[in-house]
Write a protein that binds this ligand. Structure first.
Ligand code: CTP
Length: 403
């Protein structure tokens, strides 16, 4: 899955012969499951038609502040467009538009949108070779780079003038992979390894029966996805769960019992930067597992239980460089119990959810948490979808490890 999947891309087209290539650009982004909107300078319409671009992007294309052909003369809101985009790409970026961008000129919809955009902006210059190496163009590109824009260098080759040299807009495929790589490199968890436990564990009684719990694994799987989307390599140790995950950065390790989960967690722990233990691990397991199915001939059955190994406490004891996060699911004295757990298990943070809160806990699609750090600072969040909760948890961890 591409980092651009689900992202909103605003392509801004200026007047240059390379504008014809933007049709391919739009298709490439759409193929990666991105949503594309397009704005153009009026002069760029001489090089490619808005009809082609709106057909490919499945969105209206605007070049002026209002559309004169439209009876209602709807205002094309540049601020809204600028805020809508996750990424803005100016391609081709002509010498004229680059100069205006560098100097804050705002005499068309594209420039007003650029000035309103809060997202990363990529520039793919395209012009003739002498224009590209002119000191004023160079200065404008340097200025735009200093503003935080990312310049996708033009390439060398035959130019529209017939001259050969630097100034050709990078090819659409190269522009897309440039942006993908740039995003990946800047992801906040890039290069970090995360160990995650999720779901329930099943403790066998006999070959057909087990002691389990209601955990669905939804919370842990949501954290895995959010962390991987932010560039982390995730080792997801999952108890029996129906959750699915496909992400090139998530390595799923399926286990059944607490003992198997413990073995896997200890195997990966030394090598990771962050460990988040969200699994609902059984605290007890049958002392003896019957080899044959237990028959119901007896009127009562007693099963002797023994404690399982506390994985989180064990990892807390071994902790070196890792940032260790536990979960606490409580029904009463929630904050006190969670804080005691955090200290007892030598954690860097604990995520508390209370079964007293409606919509929190097992098998729901929502959760309500309080994040407590090792100095016992508490931060409570509203009831949210588990994906949003996962984002809050990862954000809190990032704030702590980057502090
Ligand atoms: N946990 C674990 N291994 C266990 C039991 C729990 O790693 N055998 C982890 C859970 O994944 C969770 C945290 O410990 O992150 C809290 O588990 P919980 O069962 O609530 O804590 P306990 O220490 O068992 O306390 P109690 O059951 O008394 O509330």
């Amino acid at each position: 899955m591409s980092v651009l999947s689900g992202k909103k891309i605003l392509i801004a087209i200026t007047a240059g012969i390379a504008a014809y290539k933007t049709a391919s650009l739009v298709r490439l982004f759409i193929k990666l499951d991105a949503e594309v909107k397009i704005i153009m300078t009026p002069a760029s319409k001489d090089f490619i038609t808005p009809l082609t671009l709106s057909t490919l992007s499945k969105n209206p294309v605007h070049s002026t502040f209002y559309d004169t052909k439209d009876e209602n003369e709807l205002w094309n809101n540049h601020v809204e467009l600028g805020l809508w985009a996750d990424y803005m790409l100016v391609a081709p970026a002509s010498a004229n538009t680059l100069s205006k961008m560098a100097n804050g000129t705002c005499d068309n919809l594209l420039l007003a949108t650029y000035l309103s955009a809060k997202c990363p902006v990529y520039l793919a210059p395209a012009m003739d070779l002498d224009m590209y190496i002119h000191p004023s163009t160079k200065e404008n590109l340097e200025k735009l780079h200093a503003f935080g824009n990312v310049v996708i260098p033009a390439t060398s080759g035959e130019l529209a003038s017939g001259l050969v040299g630097e100034g050709r807009m990078a090819e659409p495929e190269d522009i897309v992979s440039f942006i993908e790589n740039d995003i990946l490199l800047k992801l906040p968890l890039k290069g970090k390894k995360i160990l995650l436990t999720a779901g329930p564990t099943f403790e066998a009684i006999d070959p057909v029966r087990f002691i389990g719990n209601h955990s669905s694994g939804k919370m842990g799987f949501a954290i895995a996805k959010v962390a991987a989307n932010l560039g982390a390599e995730v080792y997801l140790i999952s108890g029996p769960s129906h959750q699915q995950i496909t992400h090139s950065l998530v390595h799923r390790i399926d286990v059944v019992s607490a003992e198997e989960m413990s073995n896997a967690a200890h195997q990966y722990y030394t090598d990771v930067d962050i460990a988040i233990l969200s699994a609902a691990v059984a605290d007890f397991r049958p002392k003896k597992i019957a080899i044959q199915k237990i028959k119901k001939k007896v009127s009562a059955l007693e099963i002797e239980l023994m404690p399982t190994k506390d994985i989180l406490a064990s990892l807390g004891k071994m902790k070196k460089h890792q940032f260790l996060v536990g979960f606490a699911l409580e029904t009463n004295n929630e904050l006190e119990n969670a804080k005691r757990k955090l200290k007892r298990k030598n954690l860097d943070a604990i995520v508390l959810n209370s079964l007293q809160d409606n919509g929190a806990g097992f098998a729901t699609d929502t959760n309500k948490i309080t994040f407590i750090d090792k100095d016992l600072n508490e931060k409570s969040f509203d009831l949210k979808s588990k994906v949003e909760v996962a984002k809050d948890i990862i954000n809190e961890i990032l704030n702590k490890i980057n502090a």
